[in-house]
Design a protein around this ligand. Structure first.
Ligand code: NIG
Ligand code: FE
Length: 403
């Protein structure tokens, strides 16, 4: 009989190297124990209590990171914009296409026409691609419906993906993405619909965790976005914003004023926006796939964000127009090569900081006791390989909530 009673758990992973994302982050000869889908131990094997585990997985020296998080996607949509891509290759700008009724509106037309089943079928391969690289949590925005019914359909489909795959889905209502054709010339009336009809209905149906907007000269003004934020707050929804992507509209400062979870893109962010974000604790989400695909030349002010200690998350922005990207690993590589983010920043950007961008830092984003046992197990010798390689997927296994 054992003198010390063993701690009961469902599963342990041993002979692993851990990247806990808590300082100090690296643990050689690490062990993780899981019970009821949560981590009950993550750390050095030699300091671990004795476990009674029916299931022991020998990781043979592989690295384990927290399950990766893609905290900004528009991956539920129908159709594609390959034709628009061809136009852009011929020299037409993204903004010119958008102003000509292409862009977001062309995806809106295809998305409105798709049934729930068609939209689900179109989205699953994108979700599968993300999951194949160790992603365990995905944020999905609406914003290609732009009517109550079509926005609700997108959110319903997004939520429904969680019944089809072992992954956490969080949804964001992005009604303020573009003015739909019915409201051309009367953007304020559309914003009124977003605030007084869409947000209440969507909040009451429990279809969204947060509300986003596109603050831009080809999107909505700060005044219009402020109305959307006020309505969202009224219904207890968190806010976030596409800010300073193509120009400086002072969206980040507005987002910070509403205690936004994140401000995203940020290529044209200025010093006052940075200070406002630092003060509010708003996460900077950088989207190097969109920067790359639109051939933007001004990178977000990484050095200043770093100096202010603003958490920086990295996401794919998976969308048909500006970032048809379904690889979180490539997004990390681009953040390093194009934005000069460090390896540590890139790793935190898709784990700890991404969790914070979703307001989920108590549940996911690090290998800490009490968090979901979401793990990505990698065939690599050192964590930098996750950022360094392009087009190679070293995932060995992916665990979501302990399974
Ligand atoms: O994150 N900026 C606005 N929204 C998307 C692009 C959407 C589209 O072109 O379909 C973005 O870049
Ligand atoms: Fe986006």
């Amino acid at each position: 009989m054992d003198l010390v009673p063993k701690m009961k758990c469902d599963r342990i992973w041993n002979h692993a190297r851990l990247l806990t994302m808590i300082n100090p982050s690296s643990v050689e000869n690490g062990l993780i124990a899981c019970r009821d889908g949560r981590i009950i131990y993550a750390g050095s094997a030699s300091e671990a209590p004795a476990f009674d585990a029916p299931d022991i997985i020998n990781c043979e020296g592989r690295w384990i990171t927290p399950g990766l998080i893609d905290c900004h996607t528009h991956m539920v949509y129908a159709g594609n914009r390959a034709e628009e891509f061809e136009q852009r290759l011929a020299g037409v700008s993204y903004e010119a296409i958008a102003r000509g009724g292409g862009g977001i509106i062309s995806t809106m037309t295809a998305t409105r026409a798709a049934s729930d089943a068609e939209l689900t079928a179109a989205s699953l391969p994108r979700l599968d691609a993300l999951m194949s690289e160790g992603v365990t949590t995905v944020e999905i925005k609406s914003g290609y419906g732009l009517s109550l019914d079509a926005e609700m359909k997108m959110l319903r489909v997004a939520r429904g993906l969680a019944d089809k795959r072992a992954v956490e889905i969080t949804t964001t209502f992005l009604g303020a993405h573009a003015v739909p054709p019915e409201y051309f010339g009367c953007a304020d009336d559309y914003i009124e619909l977003v605030c007084s009809v869409m947000i209440p209905e969507i909040a009451n149906a429990g279809l969204a965790d947060s509300v986003d907007g596109f603050c831009e000269h080809i999107g909505f003004t700060p005044e219009q976005i402020e109305r959307v934020f006020a309505a969202a707050k009224n219904y207890g929804l968190q806010v976030k914003l596409h800010a300073e992507q193509l120009s400086n509209s002072h969206g980040a400062a507005l987002a910070a004023r509403y205690k936004a979870l994140s401000a995203d893109h940020l290529e044209y962010l200025d010093d006052s926006g940075i200070s406002a974000m630092a003060e509010a604790g708003t996460v900077a989400v950088v989207l190097p796939g969109a920067y790359y695909f639109t051939r933007e030349t001004q990178p977000p002010p990484i050095t200043k964000l770093r100096a202010k200690g603003i958490p920086m998350a990295i996401a794919t922005d998976c969308n048909p127009g500006t970032s048809p990207l379904t690889s979180i690993l490539l997004a990390m590589n681009m953040a390093a090569t194009l934005f000069r983010m460090t390896i540590d920043e890139c790793l935190a950007g898709v784990t700890r900081c991404a969790a914070q961008a979703l307001g989920m830092q108590n549940k996911i984003g690090s290998l800490a006791v009490g968090k979901y046992c979401d793990l990505s197990i990698w065939n690599i010798e050192r964590p930098a390989e996750l950022v360094y390689q392009m087009g190679h997927n070293p995932l060995h296994a992916r665990i979501w909530k302990g399974l």
